[in-house]
Design a protein around this ligand. Structure first.
Ligand code: GTP
Length: 337
Protein backbone atom coordinates (compact mmCIF):
# COMPACT_ATOMS: atom_id res chain seq x y z
CA UNK A 1 0.00 0.00 0.00
CA UNK A 2 1.09 3.58 -0.61
CA UNK A 3 1.07 6.30 2.06
CA UNK A 4 1.42 10.06 2.29
CA UNK A 5 3.13 11.45 5.40
CA UNK A 6 2.25 15.02 6.36
CA UNK A 7 5.50 16.39 7.74
CA UNK A 8 5.71 19.97 6.42
CA UNK A 9 4.35 21.92 9.40
CA UNK A 10 6.41 24.48 11.33
CA UNK A 11 5.71 22.94 14.74
CA UNK A 12 5.36 26.34 16.44
CA UNK A 13 4.05 24.88 19.71
CA UNK A 14 7.39 23.12 20.12
CA UNK A 15 9.48 26.27 19.87
CA UNK A 16 12.37 26.65 20.53
CA UNK A 17 13.08 22.95 19.76
CA UNK A 18 11.63 23.27 16.24
CA UNK A 19 13.51 26.45 15.33
CA UNK A 20 16.43 24.32 14.15
CA UNK A 21 14.82 20.92 13.64
CA UNK A 22 11.37 20.13 12.19
CA UNK A 23 9.08 18.26 14.62
CA UNK A 24 9.24 14.83 12.90
CA UNK A 25 13.06 15.04 12.90
CA UNK A 26 13.34 15.58 16.67
CA UNK A 27 14.88 12.51 18.26
CA UNK A 28 12.80 10.21 20.44
CA UNK A 29 14.66 7.29 22.06
CA UNK A 30 17.72 7.97 19.94
CA UNK A 31 16.20 8.24 16.45
CA UNK A 32 14.16 10.92 14.69
CA UNK A 33 10.45 10.58 15.47
CA UNK A 34 9.73 9.92 11.79
CA UNK A 35 11.72 6.65 11.95
CA UNK A 36 9.22 5.28 14.50
CA UNK A 37 6.36 6.25 12.20
CA UNK A 38 7.96 4.66 9.14
CA UNK A 39 8.44 1.49 11.22
CA UNK A 40 4.75 1.58 12.21
CA UNK A 41 3.60 2.11 8.62
CA UNK A 42 5.82 -0.70 7.36
CA UNK A 43 4.44 -3.07 10.01
CA UNK A 44 0.96 -2.25 8.68
CA UNK A 45 1.65 -3.02 5.04
CA UNK A 46 2.99 0.28 3.65
CA UNK A 47 5.75 -0.19 1.06
CA UNK A 48 5.91 3.25 -0.63
CA UNK A 49 5.69 6.66 1.07
CA UNK A 50 5.32 10.13 -0.43
CA UNK A 51 6.71 12.62 2.09
CA UNK A 52 4.85 15.92 1.96
CA UNK A 53 7.66 18.23 3.07
CA UNK A 54 8.11 21.98 3.26
CA UNK A 55 9.61 23.53 6.42
CA UNK A 56 13.35 22.71 6.59
CA UNK A 57 12.79 20.05 3.93
CA UNK A 58 16.55 19.52 3.36
CA UNK A 59 16.77 17.69 6.68
CA UNK A 60 14.21 15.09 5.49
CA UNK A 61 15.94 14.71 2.11
CA UNK A 62 19.27 14.12 3.81
CA UNK A 63 18.02 11.69 6.49
CA UNK A 64 15.49 9.66 4.48
CA UNK A 65 16.97 9.66 0.97
CA UNK A 66 15.13 7.17 -1.23
CA UNK A 67 14.03 5.11 1.78
CA UNK A 68 16.27 2.08 1.11
CA UNK A 69 17.82 2.35 4.59
CA UNK A 70 14.30 2.07 6.04
CA UNK A 71 13.11 -0.84 3.88
CA UNK A 72 10.52 1.24 2.01
CA UNK A 73 10.48 3.40 -1.11
CA UNK A 74 10.37 7.13 -0.31
CA UNK A 75 9.53 9.94 -2.73
CA UNK A 76 9.63 13.58 -1.66
CA UNK A 77 6.95 16.12 -2.61
CA UNK A 78 8.25 19.58 -1.72
CA UNK A 79 5.90 22.53 -1.14
CA UNK A 80 7.63 25.89 -1.73
CA UNK A 81 5.09 27.40 0.65
CA UNK A 82 3.24 25.14 3.13
CA UNK A 83 -0.10 24.24 1.51
CA UNK A 84 -1.92 23.17 4.68
CA UNK A 85 -2.81 19.57 5.44
CA UNK A 86 -5.16 18.91 2.50
CA UNK A 87 -3.22 21.13 0.05
CA UNK A 88 -0.16 19.02 0.91
CA UNK A 89 -2.04 15.77 0.22
CA UNK A 90 -3.17 17.08 -3.17
CA UNK A 91 0.36 18.20 -4.02
CA UNK A 92 1.85 14.83 -2.97
CA UNK A 93 -0.77 12.81 -4.88
CA UNK A 94 0.97 13.43 -8.25
CA UNK A 95 3.62 10.91 -7.13
CA UNK A 96 1.16 8.12 -6.25
CA UNK A 97 1.10 5.04 -8.48
CA UNK A 98 -2.05 3.32 -7.11
CA UNK A 99 -5.19 2.78 -9.20
CA UNK A 100 -8.12 5.19 -8.61
CA UNK A 101 -10.05 2.66 -6.48
CA UNK A 102 -7.12 1.67 -4.25
CA UNK A 103 -6.76 2.85 -0.63
CA UNK A 104 -4.02 5.32 0.35
CA UNK A 105 -2.92 5.75 3.98
CA UNK A 106 -2.38 9.33 5.11
CA UNK A 107 -0.59 9.98 8.39
CA UNK A 108 0.04 13.16 10.35
CA UNK A 109 3.75 13.24 11.10
CA UNK A 110 3.34 13.94 14.80
CA UNK A 111 1.27 11.01 16.00
CA UNK A 112 2.27 7.91 17.94
CA UNK A 113 -0.59 5.44 17.61
CA UNK A 114 -0.95 1.74 18.39
CA UNK A 115 -4.19 1.25 16.47
CA UNK A 116 -4.37 -1.53 13.89
CA UNK A 117 -4.16 0.31 10.57
CA UNK A 118 -4.72 -2.96 8.66
CA UNK A 119 -8.14 -3.19 10.33
CA UNK A 120 -8.79 0.43 9.42
CA UNK A 121 -8.03 -0.37 5.76
CA UNK A 122 -10.23 -3.51 5.89
CA UNK A 123 -13.14 -1.44 7.25
CA UNK A 124 -12.57 1.16 4.52
CA UNK A 125 -12.77 -1.53 1.83
CA UNK A 126 -15.74 -3.29 3.41
CA UNK A 127 -17.79 -0.07 3.68
CA UNK A 128 -16.71 1.12 0.22
CA UNK A 129 -15.89 4.40 1.94
CA UNK A 130 -14.37 7.40 0.23
CA UNK A 131 -12.37 8.11 3.38
CA UNK A 132 -12.06 6.29 6.72
CA UNK A 133 -10.76 8.26 9.69
CA UNK A 134 -9.14 6.86 12.78
CA UNK A 135 -11.04 8.33 15.72
CA UNK A 136 -9.67 8.10 19.23
CA UNK A 137 -11.66 8.38 22.44
CA UNK A 138 -10.25 11.02 24.80
CA UNK A 139 -11.19 11.84 28.40
CA UNK A 140 -11.88 15.47 27.56
CA UNK A 141 -12.73 16.37 23.97
CA UNK A 142 -13.19 20.10 24.62
CA UNK A 143 -9.74 21.16 23.31
CA UNK A 144 -10.31 19.23 20.05
CA UNK A 145 -12.68 19.10 17.11
CA UNK A 146 -15.01 16.13 17.70
CA UNK A 147 -16.47 13.72 15.16
CA UNK A 148 -19.96 12.30 15.83
CA UNK A 149 -21.06 9.15 13.97
CA UNK A 150 -24.23 7.09 13.66
CA UNK A 151 -24.53 3.74 15.45
CA UNK A 152 -22.87 1.90 12.55
CA UNK A 153 -19.87 4.26 12.53
CA UNK A 154 -20.73 6.47 9.55
CA UNK A 155 -19.52 10.03 10.15
CA UNK A 156 -22.32 12.56 10.58
CA UNK A 157 -20.53 15.81 11.33
CA UNK A 158 -17.27 17.63 12.12
CA UNK A 159 -17.72 19.85 15.15
CA UNK A 160 -15.13 22.54 15.99
CA UNK A 161 -13.72 22.84 19.55
CA UNK A 162 -16.56 23.52 21.97
CA UNK A 163 -17.38 23.53 25.69
CA UNK A 164 -19.98 20.87 25.06
CA UNK A 165 -18.66 18.39 22.48
CA UNK A 166 -21.28 15.92 21.17
CA UNK A 167 -18.89 12.94 21.50
CA UNK A 168 -15.55 11.98 23.13
CA UNK A 169 -14.19 10.76 19.78
CA UNK A 170 -11.73 13.03 17.98
CA UNK A 171 -9.82 12.90 14.73
CA UNK A 172 -6.60 10.97 15.46
CA UNK A 173 -4.71 12.09 12.32
CA UNK A 174 -4.61 8.83 10.32
CA UNK A 175 -6.85 8.55 7.27
CA UNK A 176 -7.49 6.00 4.55
CA UNK A 177 -8.54 7.72 1.31
CA UNK A 178 -9.73 6.11 -1.88
CA UNK A 179 -7.10 7.37 -4.35
CA UNK A 180 -9.56 9.09 -6.72
CA UNK A 181 -11.13 11.19 -3.92
CA UNK A 182 -7.88 13.10 -3.41
CA UNK A 183 -8.48 14.73 -6.82
CA UNK A 184 -11.48 16.56 -5.33
CA UNK A 185 -9.10 18.69 -3.22
CA UNK A 186 -8.35 21.92 -5.12
CA UNK A 187 -4.77 22.02 -6.45
CA UNK A 188 -2.11 24.66 -5.72
CA UNK A 189 -4.01 26.23 -2.80
CA UNK A 190 -3.72 26.25 0.97
CA UNK A 191 -6.44 23.84 2.17
CA UNK A 192 -7.13 22.41 5.64
CA UNK A 193 -8.33 18.81 5.80
CA UNK A 194 -10.29 19.23 9.04
CA UNK A 195 -11.82 22.62 8.42
CA UNK A 196 -12.43 22.40 4.66
CA UNK A 197 -11.98 18.99 2.98
CA UNK A 198 -13.86 16.70 5.37
CA UNK A 199 -16.85 19.04 5.85
CA UNK A 200 -17.02 19.58 2.06
CA UNK A 201 -16.92 15.84 1.31
CA UNK A 202 -19.65 15.22 3.91
CA UNK A 203 -21.83 18.02 2.50
CA UNK A 204 -21.44 16.53 -0.99
CA UNK A 205 -22.69 13.15 0.27
CA UNK A 206 -19.39 11.25 0.07
CA UNK A 207 -19.42 8.29 2.49
CA UNK A 208 -16.94 8.92 5.34
CA UNK A 209 -16.50 6.19 7.95
CA UNK A 210 -14.90 6.04 11.37
CA UNK A 211 -12.48 3.42 12.62
CA UNK A 212 -12.76 3.86 16.39
CA UNK A 213 -10.22 2.74 18.93
CA UNK A 214 -9.12 3.33 22.51
CA UNK A 215 -5.56 2.08 21.99
CA UNK A 216 -2.40 4.06 22.86
CA UNK A 217 -2.35 7.39 21.06
CA UNK A 218 -0.53 10.65 21.53
CA UNK A 219 -0.01 13.81 19.48
CA UNK A 220 3.54 14.98 20.25
CA UNK A 221 2.80 18.60 19.32
CA UNK A 222 3.43 20.23 22.73
CA UNK A 223 6.51 19.98 25.00
CA UNK A 224 4.57 18.09 27.69
CA UNK A 225 3.22 15.59 25.16
CA UNK A 226 6.63 15.21 23.50
CA UNK A 227 8.18 14.38 26.86
CA UNK A 228 5.41 11.90 27.68
CA UNK A 229 5.70 10.18 24.27
CA UNK A 230 9.46 9.81 24.71
CA UNK A 231 9.03 8.38 28.21
CA UNK A 232 6.31 5.94 27.09
CA UNK A 233 8.47 4.72 24.24
CA UNK A 234 11.59 4.34 26.36
CA UNK A 235 9.63 2.49 29.06
CA UNK A 236 7.90 0.21 26.55
CA UNK A 237 4.35 1.48 27.02
CA UNK A 238 4.37 2.06 23.30
CA UNK A 239 6.08 -0.53 21.12
CA UNK A 240 8.13 0.87 18.25
CA UNK A 241 9.62 -1.56 15.72
CA UNK A 242 12.80 0.57 15.65
CA UNK A 243 13.46 0.68 19.40
CA UNK A 244 14.19 -2.13 21.83
CA UNK A 245 13.29 -1.28 25.43
CA UNK A 246 16.30 -1.62 27.72
CA UNK A 247 16.06 -3.27 31.13
CA UNK A 248 17.05 0.06 32.72
CA UNK A 249 13.85 1.64 31.34
CA UNK A 250 15.93 4.60 30.18
CA UNK A 251 17.79 5.32 26.95
CA UNK A 252 21.46 6.30 26.88
CA UNK A 253 23.29 6.72 23.56
CA UNK A 254 26.28 4.34 23.30
CA UNK A 255 28.64 7.32 22.72
CA UNK A 256 27.48 9.28 25.78
CA UNK A 257 30.14 9.99 28.41
CA UNK A 258 28.61 9.47 31.82
CA UNK A 259 30.46 10.59 34.97
CA UNK A 260 30.54 8.83 38.33
CA UNK A 261 27.54 8.64 40.62
CA UNK A 262 25.09 9.73 37.89
CA UNK A 263 21.44 8.77 38.25
CA UNK A 264 19.35 8.56 35.06
CA UNK A 265 15.74 7.74 35.85
CA UNK A 266 12.04 7.63 35.05
CA UNK A 267 12.14 6.97 31.31
CA UNK A 268 14.81 9.57 30.52
CA UNK A 269 16.65 9.72 27.23
CA UNK A 270 20.28 10.89 26.92
CA UNK A 271 21.92 11.46 23.53
CA UNK A 272 25.62 11.47 22.59
CA UNK A 273 26.46 13.96 25.32
CA UNK A 274 28.77 14.52 28.25
CA UNK A 275 27.28 14.18 31.71
CA UNK A 276 29.43 15.24 34.69
CA UNK A 277 29.60 13.44 38.04
CA UNK A 278 26.82 13.46 40.66
CA UNK A 279 24.19 14.49 38.11
CA UNK A 280 20.51 13.55 38.40
CA UNK A 281 18.49 13.21 35.18
CA UNK A 282 14.87 12.39 35.88
CA UNK A 283 11.98 12.09 33.41
CA UNK A 284 13.88 14.23 30.90
CA UNK A 285 15.27 14.30 27.38
CA UNK A 286 18.87 15.38 26.77
CA UNK A 287 19.85 15.76 23.12
CA UNK A 288 23.24 15.28 21.43
CA UNK A 289 26.43 17.31 22.12
CA UNK A 290 25.09 18.60 25.43
CA UNK A 291 27.53 19.23 28.27
CA UNK A 292 26.03 18.84 31.74
CA UNK A 293 28.24 20.11 34.57
CA UNK A 294 28.74 18.09 37.72
CA UNK A 295 26.10 18.15 40.41
CA UNK A 296 23.35 19.40 38.06
CA UNK A 297 19.75 18.22 38.51
CA UNK A 298 17.54 18.00 35.41
CA UNK A 299 13.91 16.97 36.02
CA UNK A 300 10.91 16.86 33.66
CA UNK A 301 12.82 18.97 31.13
CA UNK A 302 13.93 18.89 27.50
CA UNK A 303 17.49 19.98 26.70
CA UNK A 304 18.16 20.48 22.99
CA UNK A 305 21.33 19.62 21.06
CA UNK A 306 24.51 21.58 21.87
CA UNK A 307 23.26 23.22 25.09
CA UNK A 308 25.67 23.65 28.06
CA UNK A 309 24.39 23.25 31.60
CA UNK A 310 26.66 24.72 34.32
CA UNK A 311 27.79 22.82 37.44
CA UNK A 312 25.14 22.55 40.12
CA UNK A 313 22.31 24.01 38.00
CA UNK A 314 18.79 22.85 38.95
CA UNK A 315 16.25 22.67 36.12
CA UNK A 316 12.67 21.48 36.42
CA UNK A 317 9.89 21.65 33.84
CA UNK A 318 11.79 23.68 31.25
CA UNK A 319 12.73 23.47 27.56
CA UNK A 320 16.18 24.82 26.69
CA UNK A 321 17.37 24.72 23.09
CA UNK A 322 19.80 26.38 20.72
CA UNK A 323 23.39 25.40 19.93
CA UNK A 324 25.72 27.43 22.17
CA UNK A 325 22.99 28.30 24.69
CA UNK A 326 24.31 27.93 28.21
CA UNK A 327 22.77 27.77 31.67
CA UNK A 328 24.94 29.43 34.35
CA UNK A 329 26.38 27.30 37.17
CA UNK A 330 24.22 26.93 40.30
CA UNK A 331 21.24 28.68 38.66
CA UNK A 332 17.68 27.49 39.19
CA UNK A 333 15.07 27.41 36.48
CA UNK A 334 11.66 26.09 37.39
CA UNK A 335 8.81 25.95 34.86
CA UNK A 336 5.66 24.05 34.02
CA UNK A 337 6.71 22.42 30.75
P1 GTP B 1 1.97 23.74 15.27
O1 GTP B 1 2.53 24.90 14.51
O2 GTP B 1 2.60 23.60 16.61
O3 GTP B 1 0.48 23.70 15.32
O4 GTP B 1 2.41 22.37 14.52
P2 GTP B 1 2.30 21.92 12.97
O5 GTP B 1 2.87 22.92 12.08
O6 GTP B 1 2.92 20.56 12.89
O7 GTP B 1 0.74 21.83 12.72
P3 GTP B 1 -0.26 20.65 13.06
O8 GTP B 1 0.16 19.99 14.34
O9 GTP B 1 -1.63 21.16 12.97
O10 GTP B 1 -0.02 19.66 11.84
C1 GTP B 1 -0.44 18.32 11.82
C2 GTP B 1 0.46 17.56 10.86
O11 GTP B 1 0.33 18.09 9.55
C3 GTP B 1 1.93 17.67 11.24
O12 GTP B 1 2.52 16.41 11.03
C4 GTP B 1 2.48 18.72 10.28
O13 GTP B 1 3.84 18.48 9.91
C5 GTP B 1 1.59 18.53 9.06
N1 GTP B 1 1.36 19.81 8.37
C6 GTP B 1 0.74 20.92 8.86
N2 GTP B 1 0.71 21.89 7.93
C7 GTP B 1 1.32 21.38 6.82
C8 GTP B 1 1.59 21.90 5.52
O14 GTP B 1 1.27 23.04 5.19
N3 GTP B 1 2.25 21.08 4.64
C9 GTP B 1 2.62 19.81 4.98
N4 GTP B 1 3.27 19.07 4.07
N5 GTP B 1 2.38 19.28 6.20
C10 GTP B 1 1.73 20.06 7.11
Amino acid sequence: MEAIFLVGGKGTRLHPLTLETPKPMLKVAGVPFIAHQIGYAKEHGVTRIVMAISYKNEQFLHYLGDGKGFGVEIIHAIEDQPLGTAGAIRNASRFLESDPQQPIAILNGDILSAHDMREQVALHNQMRADATLHLIRVADARPYGSVPTDAAGKIEDFVEKSDNPPTDFINAGCYIFTRSIIDQIPAGKVVSIERETFPALLAAGNPLWAYKSSSYWIDIGTPAAFLKASRDLVQGQFHSPVFATSTTMNYVHPDAHIGVNVQIDAGSSVGASQIGGDVLVEQSIIGDDVVVGSGAHICASIIGDGVQIGDGAHLRGVVIAGVGVSVPPNSRQIGEI
